[in-house]
Design a protein around this ligand. Structure first.
Ligand SMILES: *[C@@H]1O[C@H](CO)[C@@H](O)[C@H](O)[C@H]1NC(C)=O
Ligand SMILES: *[C@@H]1O[C@H](CO)[C@@H](O)[C@H](O)[C@H]1NC(C)=O
Ligand SMILES: *[C@@H]1O[C@H](CO)[C@@H](O)[C@H](O)[C@H]1NC(C)=O
Ligand SMILES: *[C@@H]1O[C@H](CO)[C@@H](O)[C@H](O)[C@H]1NC(C)=O
Length: 178
């Protein structure tokens, strides 16, 4: 009887070890797909000098800018705030976030993003990222044309649009709690 329990515990432990070994392969791959746009994605924050301090772990769940669910090992929060050295405005391909199906929080603030590329806007995420609750787009260069695509993200509870280039709206200063 005891041996059986011991065997079960060992099986469970080895399964967990497999997960702790790293984030999912497809999510790690997706993080490197993001790297050309968010170049500091695998750098630790150290004063004002990112470059001297790359992440040492190959397990991306241990990276400072990535948070995973400890049990499933899936990415739940991406801190991509202030992670591009590009000071020119640029256009985002939101489909790059499609692999992160368990994502709850996405911080994209402070990146000089001016909008999304054609047909790759946030509406693309609406069917797959159905746990996405907090989206921070503040301190970018988005304008009113982004709003239609955002309205399709039905799981959102909080959306931060402060310090962008909106014209019309603004009853709440850009911060919306849904
Ligand atoms: C997402 O952000 C909210 C509010 O900032 C926080 O309470 C929550 O713990 C975060 N969730 C994850 C998975 O990081
Ligand atoms: C990104 O945001 C998190 C949470 O607000 C903060 O702790 C972190 O320092 C920010 N990173 C950068 C590079 O600004
Ligand atoms: C946007 O990203 C998706 C997912 O990686 C990719 O399939 C698509 O080709 C990209 N579109 C453009 C125009 O780069
Ligand atoms: C608003 O952003 C879109 C791209 O998302 C751009 O094509 C358009 O020119 C911008 N409009 C203004 C008034 O800047």
């Amino acid at each position: 009887m005891e041996l059986k329990w011991l065997a079960m515990v060992l099986v469970v432990l080895s399964l967990r070890a497999g997960l702790c070994d790293g984030c999912l392969e497809e999510e790690r791959f997706a993080l490197f797909q993001l790297k050309p746009f968010f170049e500091f994605i695998n750098y630790k924050l150290q004063a004002n000098n990112f470059e001297s301090n790359p992440e040492s772990s190959s397990n991306c769940c241990e990276w400072e800018r990535v948070e995973c669910d400890p049990i499933t090992g899936r990415v739940t929060h991406l801190f991509l705030n202030y992670s591009s050295s590009n000071k020119m405005q640029w256009y985002l391909n939101a489909s790059l976030f499609l692999p992160f199906e368990e994502l709850q929080n996405l911080s994209l603030n402070r990146n000089f993003i001016a909008g999304c590329i054609a047909n790759q806007g946030f509406e693309r995420l609406s069917s797959k990222l159905d746990k996405l609750e907090n989206l921070d787009l503040s301190e970018n260069h988005f304008n009113d044309s982004i709003l239609a695509s955002l309205s399709e993200l039905s799981s959102l509870k909080s959306l931060n649009l402060e310090y962008n280039l909106f014209t019309g709206l603004n009853p709440t200063n850009g911060k919306v709690n849904i």
